[in-house]
Design a protein around this ligand. Structure first.
Ligand SMILES: NC(=O)c1ccc[n+]([C@@H]2O[C@H](COP(=O)([O-])OP(=O)(O)OC[C@H]3O[C@@H](n4cnc5c(N)ncnc54)[C@H](OP(=O)(O)O)[C@@H]3O)[C@@H](O)[C@H]2O)c1
Length: 271
């Protein structure tokens, strides 16, 4: 559910699983206006839905609507996945956190969040999931730079001493000595300008990840690859969070396979 529903890969992704498991179900994108979110969520059970995903702008508002919010979603301050329980009540969680880490680990199995300083660019909803995931996995220093400084300070207050707010203009220098760099802004996404970031100070062995996945290789990832850094694109985060949803909705454990990735990649715009 989102408003409006644009560029969603979710129908292709979840309908791939329905086909894979030979289940007679379907995943539908629903454009729900913010004021209709409560009625839409309450209609899930009578309509026979197992659950839904929520996207902008519903993730925060749903916190006050569902019957139970797990600790993870409460800490992030956003629900990305709703599960309809047997009695029709609604449980909300956030799949983005584990989706991020599982994606990095699938591509770089020896990655350890505590290996060295991480730099996170951005402080929006995606950043909150990334920062939470890094803290949860033992990162001791997460330098966060966001265009709007107040949001980095909120993150530091909420997620603890590991989060170090960095001035937007100092983001280039903050790459010095970093073990990991993650872009969580919308910059570099199709239709948006590239993220302005000078990679000169980034160590050659740092891992660079982008949570933007349209295009798959953002200008940031292309620049990092050209200078020899290892890179991880954002599509896997989406695929992994979908697998987590299937465990919650249907008690099934799909994996992120090359076939799944190819099926979803085929739906991405080529320009
Ligand atoms: N791979 C995945 O599964 C996944 C999951 C979640 C999100 N995403 C992607 O991540 C991106 C961000 O999503 P979100 O939900 O975090 O959005 P959001 O909550 O709206 O946050 C947007 C972020 O981008 C920054 N930003 C926007 N325009 C900017 C500009 N011109 N210059 C510098 N910074 C700018 C914002 O900074 P300010 O605070 O200054 O506005 C904020 O940090 C989207 O492309 C989304 O598709 C991917």
């Amino acid at each position: 559910m989102g408003w409006p529903v644009r560029h969603s890969r979710s129908p292709a992704l979840h309908n791939y699983f329905f086909k894979h498991y030979e289940l007679a179900g379907t995943y539908v994108p629903l454009a729900i206006k913010p004021d209709d979110l409560q009625s839409a969520l309450r209609a899930l059970a009578p309509l026979g839905f197992a659950g839904c995903n929520l996207t902008i702008p519903h993730k925060e508002r749903a916190l006050a609507i569902v019957d139970e919010v797990d600790a993870l979603a409460r800490r992030i301050g956003a629900i990305s996945c709703v599960v309809v329980r047997e009695d029709g009540s609604l449980a909300g969680t956030n799949n983005d956190v584990h989706g991020f880490a599982r994606n990095i680990l699938q591509h770089q199995p020896d990655w350890r969040a505590g290996a060295g300083p991480a730099v996170v660019i951005g402080a929006g909803g995606g950043a909150r999931a990334v920062v939470y995931s890094l803290v949860d996995r033992g990162a001791r220093e997460i330098r966060v730079a966001n265009r709007t400084r107040a949001r980095t300070e909120t993150l530091a207050r909420e997620f603890g001493a590991a989060v170090v707010p960095i001035d937007w203009n100092d983001r280039h220098r903050a790459l010095d000595g970093a073990a990991m760099l993650v872009n969580t802004t919308s910059q570099g996404m199709v239709g948006q300008p590239p993220l302005e970031l000078d990679l000169q100070k980034l160590p050659a062995n740092a891992l660079v990840a982008d949570i933007v996945y349209i295009p798959l290789e953002t200008p940031l990832l292309a620049a990092a690859r050209r200078r020899g850094n290892r890179t991880v694109d954002g599509l896997g985060m989406l695929l992994h969070q979908a697998c987590i949803a299937w465990k919650l909705w249907f008690d099934l454990d799909p994996e992120v396979t090359p076939e799944l990735r190819a099926a979803v990649e085929a739906t991405l715009p080529t320009t």
